[in-house]
Design a protein around this ligand. Structure first.
Ligand SMILES: C[S@@+](CC[C@H](N)C(=O)[O-])C[C@H]1O[C@@H](n2cnc3c(N)ncnc32)[C@H](O)[C@@H]1O
Length: 162
């Protein structure tokens, strides 16, 4: 197992940022020298990302413009959770398709919160079921409270290996 700080050259690691938004994670990947692509279905977000990044695509993560087995790593920082529950298994199978064998998928999926926009709150059992197409998974979680404990956000952190 390699430690992040021990790796000197990231350029042969192909990363995919799902729902890259305004490019917060793309900036990190570029600064570290990874090979990377970003996908988001917001034209405005992608046009903004194009100012600083080459491989960014205006597409839904349900149907991505990449050949099978393109990426070593795919990560989802709060994109998939903002899709209807019925669409999430298709998104997971699309991520599985574009990952190389033994590729890694990281996903943050909210279980409890009270967001005002489309959000699927997934239990650990639901995540385990949807992730069963991967060869192994690990689930961790983070929980935060706001406003003196009146507002609680709990999110599960999935690491899945193809
Ligand atoms: C909460 S933002 C997170 C942005 C970014 N991942 C970050 O960490 O800063 C969610 C993003 O996912 C995108 N998104 C949600 N569902 C999507 C889908 N099915 N296909 C592509 N993009 C999607 C939204 O347009 C939005 O930019």
């Amino acid at each position: 197992m390699r430690r992040f700080s021990d790796v000197k050259d990231f350029s042969n690691i192909e990363c995919l940022d799902l729902g890259c938004g305004w490019g917060n994670n793309l900036r990190f990947l570029k600064d570290k020298g990874f090979s990377y692509s970003g996908v988001d279905f917001s034209k405005t977000a992608i046009n903004h990302c194009k100012l600083n990044h080459k491989n960014v695509y205006c597409n839904s993560v349900e149907d991505m413009p990449f050949p099978n087995e393109s990426f070593d790593v795919a990560f989802d920082r709060m994109c998939i959770q903002h899709n209807e529950l019925s669409k999430i298994p298709k998104i997971f199978s699309e991520v599985h398709r574009v990952l190389k064998s033994s590729g890694v998928f990281f996903s943050i999926l909210v279980e409890k919160a009270n967001y005002n926009y489309t959000t699927s709150y997934l239990s650990r059992d639901q995540i385990e079921e949807i992730s069963s197409i991967f060869s192994s998974i690990n689930l961790d979680y983070i929980e935060r409270s706001y406003e003196g404990g009146h507002h609680i956000v709990r999110a599960n952190i999935l690491t899945a290996i193809k």
